[in-house]
Design a protein around this ligand. Structure first.
Ligand SMILES: [Zn+2]
Length: 509
């Protein structure tokens, strides 16, 4: 039986409209013409718009975090310890917590190994810092991970020590990764529970479809199984998977034939399917590992001297970290592209972006692929992207959450020009917005607000209109994933609509 939705305000112009849907599809798009037929559903004057599409995020990790103890509501060291104590009393095994942040607690003092040991001497306890680069562990967690007083610091990290010279439980950078890698393996059932939990949370934010940008970070076979199973059990969001390159084509990868089998095992392409392959070209700005031309504030350029694309004469310094050599990146991109897959490549810095564009160009079909983040773009690079025409994705919420770290690393001037949405859209480039959760909370309305009105310190001439921002978080998100049947509520599309109460709708922008 068809449904006739009446009495809603269409988001694009706030006009009163109606829409006819049947069998989960749009039969008549939102219109101001009188409609008849179907069972009438009165929408009560709410704003109606297509569901949001979060085309670059991390679904399973979001869900796994939701299953951990959330410390974001704690304001003191005591509150953290009380929350951990409750968790110890009500669960078994490791106690893993997220959103630990000593800067919010009195004196900015870290919780110590001894304090956690007083909560439990036998259960491993691990508190992950909200920035994802540090943790605090108790003695049981350290010993379960094989860390003792004699363990040397890993390269690029540190096992923190107190004034007595003994381990204080603080784990920094690679030392933090070292311990997390030794936590219990996530089971398939836990993965399904996590994906369902993430779907619940994201659907509540109006998201209808999301792309997982690093499928295979735990175990590719298990993850694909879990996404299929979550879909079967009614996951509230549609999922798209971008598989990590090395999990397919690397020495220990499953290989192309197996990837094709895994693809075929996801029986409902509207609900869940494999979209492409994911690669990283560089790191991040906050940790000064994004590969940029020039140098980070107060530092010397530490990378190779190179000539910018199209300017063969003047070589200049670079900084940050390339994950692969330029030649290797081209080769890896071509391998995946030649196998018929869209390739999505993380490139934060402008140097990395040029190398990714080189790689896309070398595939012969640059318009098929996705440039992820592209935080720093020169006018010449925008012209180059316009010419090669790959998809570009931005995460506007980053400007709202990480502005301080960007200023510290890049200085005011370069920071003000991060994420040049206006220039990119004016060049006719296919730009979409997404969250990259769980790095940020990821409410699409936060991203949209930030894109429409960039925070103080960011160039206001790069703002976009509300209409453009919503489009970048809906239809453009569908396009970048190759979904042609969602995102705008056009006739024949999936009827993925949502209501926003007028208070949540930022008409005051
Ligand atoms: Zn990401």
């Amino acid at each position: 039986m068809a449904t006739l939705l009446t009495n809603f305000l269409w988001w694009a112009d706030m006009s009163p409209r109606s829409m006819l849907i049947d069998g989960g599809r749009v039969v008549v798009s939102p219109t101001s013409e009188p409609l008849s037929g179907g069972e009438v559903f009165d929408c009560g004057g709410q704003v109606l718009l297509p569901k949001f599409i979060d085309a670059h995020c991390h679904i399973l990790p979001t869900g796994l975090d939701l299953l951990k103890l959330d410390l974001s509501g704690c304001a003191t060291q005591e509150e953290v310890l009380d929350a951990v104590r409750d968790r110890v009393a009500t669960t078994e095994g490791w106690v893993m917590a997220v959103q630990y942040d000593q800067t919010k607690y009195p004196g900015g003092r870290h919780i110590t190994r001894a304090e956690l040991d007083a909560v439990s001497g036998s259960r491993p306890i691990l508190l992950r810092h909200y920035n994802g680069h540090a943790s605090v562990a108790n003695s049981a967690a350290l010993s379960a991970a094989g860390v003792n007083e004699e363990t040397p610091d890993p390269a690029g990290g540190e096992f923190g020590r107190g004034e007595d010279g003994l381990l204080n439980g603080l784990l920094l950078e690679t030392a933090h990764e070292y311990v997390w890698e030794r936590t219990p393996k996530v089971s398939r059932e836990e993965m399904v529970t996590a994906i369902l939990a993430a779907g619940e949370k994201m659907a509540d934010l109006g998201i209808g479809m999301a792309a997982d940008m690093m499928t295979g970070r735990f175990n590719l076979e298990d993850e694909v199984w879990a996404y299929r199973e979550a879909a079967r059990r009614g996951c509230r969001i549609r999922t798209r998977l971008y598989v990590q390159w090395r999990e397919v084509f690397g020495p220990k990868g499953v290989g192309l034939a197996r990837l094709r089998e895994l693809e075929a095992s996801l029986y409902d392409p509207d609900q869940t399917r494999i979209c492409g392959i994911k690669l990283f070209a560089d790191g991040a700005i906050g940790s000064a590992t994004a590969a940029i031309y020039g140098s980070y504030s107060g530092q010397e350029a530490n990378g190779p001297k190179v000539s910018r694309h199209g300017r063969k004469t003047e070589a200049e310094g670079t900084s940050g970290q390339l994950i692969y050599s330029p030649e290797k990146l081209i080769e890896m991109t071509r391998t995946a592209s030649d196998a018929g897959y869209q390739v999505a490549i993380h490139a934060i810095g402008d140097y990395a972006t040029d190398l990714v564009l080189d790689a896309f160009e070398a595939t012969g079909c640059p318009e098929r692929h996705r440039l992820e983040h592209a935080m720093i773009l020169s006018d010449a690079q925008i012209e180059r992207i316009q010419r090669l025409n790959p998809f570009v994705t931005f995460q506007p919420e980053f400007l709202m959450r990480f502005g301080h770290a960007y200023r510290l690393q890049l200085g005011e001037e370069r920071t003000s020009l991060l994420k040049r949405s206006r220039s990119v859209l004016d060049a006719g480039i296919r730009l979409s917005y997404n969250s990259d959760r769980p790095i940020v909370p990821g409410d699409p309305m936060d991203g949209i607000r930030t894109a429409v009105r960039r925070p103080a310190g960011f160039d206001q001439t790069e703002n976009v209109s509300l209409h453009e921002a919503v489009r970048a978080y809906t239809l453009a998100g569908a396009e970048v994933c190759g979904d042609t049947n969602m995102g705008s509520l056009a006739v024949g599309e999936l009827a993925d609509y949502q209501f926003l109460s007028p208070e949540r709708w930022p008409d005051s922008l």
